[in-house]
Design a protein around this ligand. Structure first.
Ligand code: NAP
Length: 252
């Protein structure tokens, strides 16, 4: 099934670390050409060197999803480099924590600008190229936080992740006639580099809240994205896949 992404061009925003890196690695290992986009070019380049040990070609670009012009330049450059854009994984996101009572307008805007508006910019920049592709796929990284659950300190983040899903459903409708699907993956707690420094006790406590008793891996999210980007998922649009080891299932 996953052979269908071989030779396809995939953009992964926020592909230099964490879940985005896992998505990029999964696509590269299945023969896709992957452009990873992040603000820190040196980190993205180091990531590309590591991922180039897979079967695909990985290419690092500097881009900021909060900047419309930056995303347009990224899409143009990727199209010039690889000759197409077939898949966009709109994954870049931030999650600073601040309680509702202390939250400033700037705190709110910073998170919404990256997570919600950044998704808009990435999608809009890629639409002209996705329309030209034999099939177009957009996979958005949302979260269980917001669409399904709440988490103290993250009301702005939760709002941004729910906003992505409202956006996704209407984008899916608008782009269906162009054979472009738009879907979202909703990760639960995933073990990224950022969490590794928190120590075994903390990670064990997080894992114990998950029925499968473990955190997700970044490749768990990568495989869900890979499925939604496959040829075989071509009739699925406007939908979500929760990847959380059963975290949202318990009633108490
Ligand atoms: P991460 O490890 O902090 O990585 C974030 C990535 O996004 C980095 O590559 C970062 O690179 C990039 N980025 C941040 N702001 C950007 C901007 N303005 N423009 C372009 N790139 C930007 O984060 P993560 O934990 O992997 O999270 C990735 C996505 O998964 C987010 O959308 C998050 O909401 C979602 N998610 C994560 C979890 C989890 O457990 N980790 C759970 C649910 C959902 P630069 O800093 O160099 O730009």
């Amino acid at each position: 099934m996953f052979d269908s992404v071989k030779g396809k061009t995939v953009i992964v925003t926020g592909g230099s670390k964490g879940i985005g890196k896992g998505i990029a690695r999964t696509f590269a290992n299945h023969g896709a050409n992957v452009a990873i986009v992040a603000r820190n070019l040196a980190a993205a380049e180091a990531c590309a060197v590591e991922l180039n040990r897979g079967n695909g070609k990985v290419y690092a670009l500097c881009g900021d999803v909060t900047d419309r012009g930056s995303m347009e330049a990224v899409a143009k450059q990727v199209n010039e480099t690889f000759g197409s854009i077939d898949v966009l994984c709109a994954n870049a996101g931030i999650f600073p924590s601040v309680t509702l009572e202390q939250m400033t307008t700037e705190d709110w805007d910073t998170v919404m600008n990256t997570n919600a508006k950044g998704t808009l910019h990435a999608v809009q920049a890629c639409i002209p190229y996705l329309k030209q592709a034999t099939y177009g796929r957009i996979v958005i990284t949302s979260s269980i936080t917001g669409p399904v659950t709440g988490y103290a300190g993250w009301s702005h983040y939760a709002a941004s992740k729910a906003a992505q899903l409202g956006f996704m459903r209407t984008a899916a409708l608008e782009l269906a006639g162009d054979n472009i699907t738009v879907n979202a993956v909703l990760p639960g707690n995933v073990l990224t580099e950022g969490l590794e420094g928190l120590g075994d006790d903390y990670l064990q406590e997080m894992a114990s809240a998950i029925p499968m008793q473990k955190l997700g891996s970044v490749e768990d999210i990568g495989y869900a994205a890979l499925f939604l980007a496959s040829k075989e998922a071509g009739f699925i649009t406007g939908q979500t896949i929760i990847v959380d080891g059963g975290q949202i299932l318990p009633e108490n």
